[in-house]
Design a protein around this ligand. Structure first.
Ligand code: SIN
Length: 486
């Protein structure tokens, strides 16, 4: 099924450098396909290191004028961008679903979610406060001011092609930085479409540059080695994040890393089971399991283990898996065949090690990249599904007896992004929340993301925070001005 746009100008396939929509230097393109059926969505420019270098130079040239604007001027432009994104929500969602696969209602939600960061940082742009620190000497005054870090490079993933980009560009621009972005090659069109709207909103040439390209080492290599770039912000896998951090070390760049997760959702036997099942469904199967904060390990206390699995399976059996562009689809495909193979490998290995597929357990029948929504009972911590990020619609359910055992199991991972628990015991809420080694803990709630919260992880899930008042800090330097001889 093809898709039609009300505003066909949004289907941009060229890169954006210094306010110009341009082809790749070697005129090559990369096809973008709908993962639900393999249909060609568009051919998009395939840029590399040379174009990235020019984009960085453009961002450097644009920096003085952009950072020199008043915070109100920058805020007004961001507000206008927000209005345009929301006015084009349906078209942006159609593009997103066509290239990424998630159902239209979920894509519309993502557009609003991404836009919420633009609005939030338009507001926060005007609240960048400094400090006055009492001096140790009578004749001095210490002032602390905040300044934009400079040129930022951003590398964003395919699972949220709109929102992850918006949540990096908006704080960068609000702080007064300029930016060069490399969207995921599977989903570059969503990025180009919002850049088009940013241009319409009045973002000057060179302030936002978009470099789509398949040669990630060439683009990432230029971003991480170019001394003009002062900060790299990345959302993606932990191995790639580690590599980028190493590459950034030579020029001592700041980094923000939003990396992999292995979220536990702990259901205690005193939980409201309806709420827990609903929370598990939302957090496990959102975007067909392809988010960093999806519940990866469902941990259920022994007394309610069987009932929980039976009721969860009954809900999962109601899913309507299919092409996200079709009415009634509740869950879409995975992004690539490689992703399906990876999920299939994890499920097969769990079953070989003694897990039982209560529902699902195999690839989908349709032509696209589908895997059946799956629940695995009798999952054990020795299995790969306990240790690895599944990134697919598979819920392995682990049994535990005590609070101590639950916390130890939850923390038994190198990751530390999000964790969830369901319980009505206030004492347990405090103790377990404090004991969980995670950047975000959802208590009786799994839909924790929003522009107002600090999104980010600990351990090998990354560093830095996105969204909230903390999200702007990551794009600013703290400078001391010490006035002496007063
Ligand atoms: C992610 O998967 O990294 C983003 C999820 C979210 O923002 O809720």
């Amino acid at each position: 099924m093809a898709f039609a746009l009300q505003n066909s100008q949004l289907l941009v396939t060229k890169g954006l450098i210094n306010g110009q929509w341009v082809d790749a230097d070697d005129s090559t393109t990369v096809p973008v396909h709908n993962p639900a059926n393999g249909e060609l969505v568009a051919e998009v420019v395939n840029m590399g290191g040379a174009e990235t270098k020019r984009a960085i130079e453009a961002a450097e040239a644009a920096f003085p004028a952009w950072s020199g604007k008043s915070s109100k001027e920058r805020s007004d432009i961001l507000e206008k961008w927000f209005d345009l994104v929301m006015a084009n929500q349906d078209d942006l969602a159609a593009i997103l679903t066509a290239e990424q696969g998630k159902p239209l209602f979920e894509a519309k939600g993502e557009i609003a979610y991404g836009a919420s960061y633009i609005k939030w940082f338009a507001e926060e742009a005007r609240r960048v406060y400094g400090d006055i620190i009492p001096a140790a000497q009578k004749d001095r005054r210490n002032l602390v001011i905040k300044q934009p870090v400079g040129v930022v490079a951003a590398i964003t993933p395919w699972n949220f092609p709109n929102a992850m980009l918006a949540r990096k560009i908006a704080p960068a621009l609000a702080a007064g930085c300029t930016i060069v972005c490399k969207p995921a090659i599977e989903t570059p069109i969503s990025a180009l479409a919002i850049a088009k709207l940013a241009e319409e909103a009045g973002v000057p040439a060179g302030v936002i540059n978009i470099i789509p390209g398949a040669d990630a080492p060439a683009i990432g290599g230029e971003m991480t080695s170019n001394p003009v770039v002062k900060k790299l912000t990345f959302t993606g896998s932990t191995p790639v994040g580690k590599l980028l951090m190493k590459q950034c070390a030579d020029t001592v760049k700041r980094t923000s890393m939003e990396l992999g997760g292995n979220a536990p959702i702990i259901i205690f036997d005193d939980a409201d089971l309806d709420a827990a099942i609903n929370g598990a469904l939302i957090s496990k199967f959102r975007n067909s399991g392809q988010t960093c904060i999806c519940s990866n390990r469902v941990m259920v206390q022994a007394g309610i283990y069987d009932e929980f699995i039976e009721r969860l399976a009954a809900e999962v059996s109601k899913f309507n898996v299919g092409n996200g562009l079709e009415e009634g689809t509740t869950h879409g495909p995975l992004i690539t065949e490689k992703a399906v193979n990876n999920v299939a490998g994890l499920v097969d290995s769990a079953i070989a090690d003694g897990a039982r597929a209560v529902i699902g357990g195999a690839r989908g029948d349709a032509a696209g990249f589908f895997f059946q929504p799956t629940i695995l009972a009798d999952a054990k911590p020795s299995m790969r599904v306990f240790k690895e990020e599944i990134f697919g619609p598979v819920a392995p359910v682990f049994k535990f007896e005590t609070d101590e055992e639950a916390v130890a199991m939850a923390n038994d991972t190198e990751f530390g992004l999000a964790a969830y628990m369901y319980t009505n015991n206030l004492k347990r809420i405090w103790h377990v929340s404090e004991a969980l080694e995670y950047g975000m803990v959802g208590v009786n709630e799994t839909a924790i993301s929003s522009e107002v919260i600090p999104f980010g992880g600990v351990k090998e899930s990354g560093q830095g925070r996105e969204g909230s008042k903390y999200g702007l800090e990551d794009y600013m330097e703290t400078k001391l001005i010490c006035l002496g001889g007063l």
